[in-house]
Design a protein around this ligand. Structure first.
Ligand SMILES: [Zn+2]
Length: 233
């Protein structure tokens, strides 16, 4: 479908529930702006075996969970089916990501931070950083618990927090309630960090400006509003 805005936002993650946990509220906000969304997931998450769950058939099950979450926002994830837990710099990863980017023709790519805690996340991030250079701006995504991550872009996700929780809950193979709790805490804390009013939620990103992509404000969903500053008299 042709977007009315011309915005084409491509999220590239390592595992089937990463987008839901880190950026789902923002994807909903981009969708509300009329952007066309794409989601590429490098692995099928077959290594994410939780206690008491069966490892057999986990990859296809997790793909189905991700599809079920994504269809609520009209998104069809593409799975590269590279090894979960074994993503590393390789020609294969580069080729797969380059062809996914060429097929979608994004105006903005979202991916994990280069200093993320998870080696699979870092591998995807490093590959994209190379491949996107001079082609498309990259927006780095918040990390688990926000460690080592200093954001400079915030998206107001208050209107989309229920959709985000619902999407995380589609990942039943991952015992999702702890992710629901932690992702909610993080979005409340990120809203507090940028002085949004109480009760607001925000997701955080970092943009490293590089010529020719020095300013991407036209591609961003609305930032959180500021709480009254009367406390600072
Ligand atoms: Zn992950």
């Amino acid at each position: 479908m042709m977007s009315s805005t011309g915005l084409r936002i491509l999220a590239v993650t390592a595992h089937p529930d990463d987008a839901e946990i880190y950026i789902w509220g923002s994807l909903c906000a981009w969708r509300a702006m009329g952007a066309t969304l794409g989601l590429v997931v490098a692995s099928s998450g077959e290594a994410g075996v939780r206690k008491g769950h069966d490892a057999a058939g986990l990859g296809p099950r997790r793909e189905a969970e991700a599809r079920s979450a994504a269809q609520n926002i009209g998104l069809e994830p593409i799975f590269l089916r590279l090894p979960d837990g074994g993503l590393a710099q390789s020609d294969l990863l580069d080729r797969e990501l380059a062809s996914a980017m060429a097929a979608f023709a994004p105006t903005l790519v979202l991916t994990h931070d280069v200093q993320d805690y998870h080696p699979d996340h870092r591998a995807v991030s490093q590959a994209l950083q190379r491949l996107a250079s001079l082609k498309v701006p990259v927006l780095y995504v918040d990390t688990l618990a926000g460690t080592t991550f200093l954001p400079n872009v915030y998206v107001d996700t208050t209107a989309h927090i229920s959709a985000k929780i619902e999407a995380i809950r589609r990942h039943q193979s991952q015992d999702p309630e702890r992710f629901v709790r932690n992702a909610t805490k993080q979005s409340v804390w990120r809203a507090y960090q940028c002085n949004a009013p109480d009760g607001h939620h925000a997701e955080a990103f970092r943009f490293d400006a590089h010529y020719p992509f020095s300013d991407i404000r036209q591609q961003l969903p609305p930032a959180p509003s500021l709480a009254p500053l009367s406390n600072f008299k």
